[in-house]
Design a protein around this ligand. Structure first.
Ligand code: GDP
Length: 449
């Protein structure tokens, strides 16, 4: 047990929301507090019907008490859960009573932090709890659950083990300097290094995908006036009949809509028309459109067969890391079939926003870009920016290690880079952490979690 001995308590449900209210208590005093409230020692993992009373024996509420002795609890400490009616007043009174009996109000994320410190969860799993709670789409919730189950951590640990093997191999070579050169030049070492690099780049791209799943795919629709941008947005949104939230900050020039595409969150931004214009108001709209474009995961150009090449030229070069989708709209006018074809400037999809023909091709493309393929039953896990950044650092260290080995035959340098890579990987699961990092992570949780 590494966590503080202090006993913490917090309301773990949204008070006032009706239904039941839950107060959670964790720490060395939890069992004693439960015993006082119940009038006897509670039986582990049994539902006790209990009259919760204040210090003067006045009834606060009647409800259920559950006792989970350590180490078989969420935090790994003695945990007691008190269920009441879902009243903010009742929960407040009960929290006050529990604090009189030796607990103190918990900080945000303190239960999860203790679970982490007691080895119940690793850091990535603890983050997945917060991501599950914050998830805004089915796909994001499922991905967060997979991370909570350890899918992401398992991949990180596997990579870490292979990285450590590699480091040991190189360090062994350094210890026998007379053989070092041969050792470091051996094809086997090269093969191992390549294998670790491949594993890392697969993990990195899946982690980026996990990040997109959690945040939703940010799609900006651009095109000339009358190309059919609004019609396309409406067609996509209407087909789902599930506009989740109109996002605040909608301006005259930029219309933003969140839609769920088979459980995947998409933020669609309809921008002002793309064209050279002398009109100041319109130029401002264009400037905002370009700003939106810079931040987007996907730039969706709406055009038609006649204007496509000119519009691509007007749009300019793509941002790095951004996907271009080219929509040739209004195929109904030319009586062309819907299709998806490759194009030098991105995937081209021919469709009609008016008749809906070809819309399914676009939906499929967007879903796959959002990280969900086919029926959505893939094994994606959720991820955070922190994870992507750490893996990018690992990739940079690996590349430096490879250069040191292959380019300079410098085993020491390579080993040093691998040590850094190992540390960065260890930060993901929390093997290496600093108080600052833990503080930053857990303070963004809600109270009671
Ligand atoms: P925006 O200015 O790019 O937002 O374009 P709108 O969505 O307002 O569409 C401009 C015009 O084109 C409207 O009259 C639409 O009804 C029409 N339109 C949009 N999509 C199609 C399409 O697929 N086929 C046909 N025939 N007309 C379309």
């Amino acid at each position: 047990m590494t966590a503080a001995a202090e006993t913490i308590a917090a309301i773990a449900t949204a008070p006032g929301a009706g239904g039941i209210g839950v107060l959670r208590v964790s720490g060395t005093q939890a069992t004693a507090i439960a015993t006082t409230l119940l009038g006897r020692v509670p039986q582990p993992r049994h539902a006790h019907y209990c009259a919760f009373r204040d210090a003067a024996s006045a009834l606060i509420d009647r409800g259920i008490m559950l006792h989970f002795p350590q180490p078989n609890s969420f935090t790994g400490e003695d945990v007691v859960e008190l269920q009441t009616h879902g009243s903010a007043v009742v929960l407040d009174l009960l929290l006050r009573r529990v604090c009189e009996l030796g607990a103190r109000p918990a900080r945000a994320g303190e239960f999860s932090e203790r679970a982490f410190l007691n080895g119940k969860l690793d850091l990535a799993q603890a983050e997945a709890i917060a991501d599950l709670i914050a998830s805004q789409s089915e796909a994001a919730a499922r991905a967060a659950l997979r991370s909570l189950d350890g899918a992401f951590s398992l991949r990180v640990k596997r990579l870490l083990a292979n990285l450590v093997d590699l480091r040991v191999y190189i360090e062994a070579a350094i210890d026998f300097p007379e053989e070092e050169i041969d050792f470091l030049a051996a094809p086997e070492l090269r093969a191992r290094l390549d294998a670790v690099s491949d594993e890392l780049s697969t993990l990195l791209s899946e982690t980026r995908r996990g990040l997109r799943l959690a945040d939703g795919l940010h799609v900006v629709i651009v095109g000339r006036p009358n190309a059919g941008k609004s019609s396309l947005l409406n067609a996509l949104a209407a087909q789902d009949r599930a506009i989740v939230t109109p996002v605040a900050g909608t301006t005259r020039d930029v219309l933003r809509e969140n839609i769920q595409l088979d459980g995947v969150l998409l933020t669609l931004v309809d921008t002002a028309g793309l064209r050279e214009s002398a009109d100041i108001v319109e130029r401002e709209g264009m400037r905002r459109a370009r700003g939106e474009l810079e931040r987007a995961d996907v730039a969706l150009l709406v055009s038609d067969a006649e204007h496509l090449n000119a519009d691509i030229a007007l749009l300019g070069p793509a941002q790095s890391g951004q996907t271009r989708l080219l929509v040739c709209n209004k195929i109904d006018l030319a009586q062309l079939p819907p299709q998806r074809v490759g194009h030098a400037a991105g995937i081209r999809i021919d469709l009609s926003a008016r008749t809906g023909e070809g819309l399914d091709l676009l939906r499929r493309e967007l879903k796959s870009l959002a990280g969900v393929d086919g029926d959505g039953s893939n094994g994606a896990f959720s991820a955070r920016t922190r994870h992507v950044l750490a893996l990018e650092r690992v990739a940079a260290h690996l590349a430096a290690a490879e250069f040191a080995l292959v380019g300079q035959q410098a085993g020491e340098l390579a080993a040093e880079e691998l040590r850094h890579a190992q540390r960065d990987l260890g930060e993901l699961t929390g093997e290496y952490t600093s108080d600052d990092l833990l503080g930053a992570i857990f303070s963004s949780f809600c109270i009671g979690k």
